[in-house]
Design a protein around this ligand. Sequence first.
Ligand SMILES: C[S@@+](CC[C@H](N)C(=O)[O-])C[C@H]1O[C@@H](n2cnc3c(N)ncnc32)[C@H](O)[C@@H]1O
Length: 307
Amino acid sequence: MKEKSEHIPVMPKEVINFLKPKKNGIYLDATLGGGGHTVLILKSLGKKGKIIAIDQDIEAIERARKKLAEYKNKIYYIRSNFRELDIILKRLKIKKIDGILFDLGFSTYQLEDKKRGFSFSEKEENLKSFLDMRMNTSLETTAYYIVNRYEEERLKNIFLNLGEEPYIFAKKIAKQIVLERKTKAIETVGDLLQIIKKSTPPKYRFKKAKGRYADNVFRALRMEVNQELENLTEALPKAVSSLNKEGRLVVISFHSLEDRIVKQTFREMSNKNIVKILTRKPIVATQKEIESNPKSKSAKLRAIEKL
Ligand SMILES: C[S@@+](CC[C@H](N)C(=O)[O-])C[C@H]1O[C@@H](n2cnc3c(N)ncnc32)[C@H](O)[C@@H]1O
């Protein structure tokens, strides 16, 4: 595996401040990724402290096993979807844990891996990437399947709702997809970019920051392929149930729909006196962090403590 950029963990200090790891606690990183946050948590744990590290992407698990070899006795690696975290804990015979982190979305490794089709970069070597976008490569549905099989109306709704693409362009892009796939399957990143270009005026494309005109459509497809909102909705109540008293849950999201799910779930649990909300408003990255790690710009962190 050829590595290009490291994945830089978002809001590292804030994560540790809110998670407040106890020396001998058991923690769960629901989104291991490049292991950046896992290492930070590990560093604040004592001899008996442990961490359960989940990722649905086998490559993330394998990379972390090598990178974090020195901590191997303190980490349980689990390749799974975090929405199964209740089953995972049961299998490990762990009843309650002291803290959980979700750092949602995808990692820099996934984005930059040309065989995975996550990136809408117009660099020559990326244009031929197959439209895959699965974080878990054993899932059946790829972005290729969605663009070549879903009905026009469904495609439009995905671009509109998950991508937050303006209605007019969501509609035009969906229509163009359906038209073009009648003669030839839409297979690559380049194929899809051409369709988006044909369906949007130059004025709209150039208004978007540097080549980001395809951002909405790509994000929408990625969220649909990986069922990201559904996973989060299912996982959050399970996460809260698995916490010890005073255990903490920290969630970093990058999309307004995700943040809404987190906010509503936390509010409902707080109304039932199950948790205390630690962040009345979401915590965002400092200007300094945004400059050194642009990905942090859209990050929102929310945290709760179990009562
Ligand atoms: C933003 S990255 C995490 C980066 C990590 N915090 C770090 O500092 O390196 C998100 C990771 O979560 C994984 N992921 C996303 N949704 C998941 C899910 N439902 N279940 C398990 N892993 C998931 C992705 O495969 C990706 O590796």
